[in-house]
Write a protein that binds this ligand. Structure first.
Ligand code: NAI
Ligand code: MG
Length: 496
């Protein structure tokens, strides 16, 4: 182990990945019941980065048992909301103190540039914990006047119970925060399964969770594969709710698996988000904004602006502008301070994206920037702009989840709403225009959980995020997410 590590690596990270990492069950770090481990790779080199305990059904059973005990009988349930909130706040502080270390872990395991992890992934996770810490003391029911005289009726909002959380590899730490923050604020207990490609930052976060003073069993972290550990969590009869972020395909499997005990389900799934530029837009911001809409995180964003629609009279100028940005992006190892785009997360993901490029070319699309795998070692793909694309092509219909945008012109502003909405997904959309009336009309008509106007990829812990159509069920972050982790109890008392 440690073979893929460059000399400048952060010393705590070097130490962390030098030992096989264990899983967190009931407040203790343990090996898998089977004794098995699995490798996680450095996508910049393809070499093994670390070995990690491989959780399976038996480990999930142990973790669920611990979470159940912590929920039903532990000190967690007796803790005041204020004490709960203080621990979440402390977790945010601890994470912030270790920003550098987490950015390194994220860069090594996922491939993303260290400098970006430092200013985006880690601070957004810190902010999410702080935002959710505040909610712990503000979860309230209502008093409700009912029609019959002589009654007092009110509602209580109670934690849903033991929650299974399955997260992806594109923002490993941030997705752990999005999931854990609201579950802890509401008083649930958790079994978290990080993605097999990127388990390291969640495991390090587990150490901070213990340091922040969460009682044993409140958070359990079981790394492992989806088909084994993930599936065991989704169909577990003693799990009250499963929260999933990942592919729409697996989202549907989760729904089926959850049917056994009808556990609650929330899903944050794929997207194929339209990014619409009108001729009256400020192109000086729309062009770089649209490049970053697709190329941020190497296109591995569920909300990536992957379908670029541009009004005809400015189409050539915008496409050339975005292509120019694509050509200038410095692709390389995430640890290199000059790198603007790292490798894709895995060989599988690289092959999937290259397969889409070939499919696009075979259907008649042309690349005006990129179009190929890049470099020798590592899972790099060039930032790519495809033109001559048609609505029925696979590259326009399906989520590529890589640095590939399809550009298409439109002539009539009236036609663009149905074209933008012509997708099985509905996660995000963007509109670039100086006409505020048009912008807000579009925002109303686009069938997407988030609409950005003259911007893209703006996230905030206070702003709900989630999908229409096959992009998912429920909203993460903001006030909305509390609904996913609580249920309402109506209490009705005869008082006269
Ligand atoms: P995936 O959906 O298979 O993986 C996401 C998580 O689900 C991982 O933790 C995985 O271990 C788990 N999982 C996989 N199969 C499972 C099962 N049967 N039961 C329970 N859990 C399971 O995504 P994958 O294969 O890594 O990527 C495939 C495609 O999915 C990508 O190309 C992209 O289009 C999409 N995707 C979307 C994401 C999003 O943020 N919406 C994130 C990751 C992938
Ligand atoms: Mg998969």
């Amino acid at each position: 182990m440690g073979i893929a590590v460059s000399p400048q690596i952060h010393p705590h990270v070097a130490e962390f990945i030098d030992q096989p990492r264990k899983m967190l069950i009931n407040g203790r770090w343990v090996n898998a019941a089977s004794g098995k481990t699995f490798p996680t790779y450095n996508p910049a080199t393809g070499e093994v980065l670390a070995q990690v305990a491989e959780g399976d059904r038996e480990d999930i059973n142990q973790a669920v048992k611990a979470a159940r005990k912590a929920f039903d009988n532990g000190p967690w349930r007796r803790m005041t909301a204020s004490e709960r909130g203080r621990r979440i706040w402390k977790l945010g502080d601890l994470l912030e103190q270790h920003t550098e270390e987490f950015a390194y872990l994220e860069s090594l395991d996922n491939g993303k540039p260290l400098n970006i992890a430092k200013v985006a992934d880690v601070p957004l996770a810190v902010d999410l914990f702080r935002y959710m810490a505040g909610w712990a003391t503000k979860i309230e029911g209502n008093t409700i006047p009912i029609s019959a005289p002589g009654f007092l009726a009110y509602t209580l909002r109670e934690p849903v119970g033991v929650v299974g959380q399955i997260i992806p590899w594109n923002f490993p730490l941030l997705m752990a925060a999005w999931k854990l923050g609201p579950a802890l604020a509401t008083g649930c207990t958790v079994v978290l399964k990080p993605a097999e490609q990127t388990p390291l930052s969640a495991l390090r976060l587990g150490e901070l969770i213990l340091e922040a003073g969460f009682p044993e069993g409140v958070v359990n972290i079981v790394p492992g594969y989806g088909e084994t550990a993930g599936a065991a969590l989704a169909d577990h009869p003693d799990v009250d709710k499963v929260a999933f972020t990942g592919s729409t395909e697996v989202g549907k499997l989760i729904v089926h698996a959850a049917a056994g005990n009808l556990k609650k389900v929330s899903l944050e799934l794929g997207g194929k988000s339209p990014n619409v530029i009108f001729k009256d837009a400020d192109l000086e911001t729309a062009i770089p904004g649209s490049a970053s809409a697709i190329f941020f995180n190497h296109g591995q964003c569920c909300c990536a602006g992957s379908r670029l629609y541009v009004e005809k009279s400015v189409y050539d100028q915008v496409v050339e502008g975005v292509a120019e940005h694509a050509r200038k992006i410095k692709v390389g190892s995430g640890l290199d301070p000059d790198t603007q785009m790292g490798p894709l997360v895995s060989e599988e993901q690289m092959n999937r994206v290259c397969g889409y490029l070939e499919s696009g070319f075979s259907e008649g699309a042309k690349a005006v920037a990129g179009g190929h795998k890049s470099g020798g070692r590592g899972y790099f793909v060039e930032p790519t702009v495809l033109v001559d694309t048609k609505e029925n092509m696979k590259v326009v219909r399906e989520e590529i989840f890589g640095p590939v945008v399809t550009a298409m012109p439109f002539t009539d502003p009236e036609e663009i709403v149905p074209r933008a909405n012509d997708s099985e997904y509905g996660l995000a959309a963007a509109v670039w225009t100086r006409d505020i009336g048009k912008a807000h009309r579009m925002a109303e008509q686009l069938r997407a959980g988030t609409v950005w106007i003259n911007c893209y990829n703006i996230f905030d812990a206070a702003l709900p995020f989630g999908g229409y159509k096959q992009s998912g069920w429920g909203r993460e972050m903001g006030h909305d997410v509390l609904n996913l982790y609580t249920q309402t109890k109506s209490v009705c008392a005869r008082i006269a």
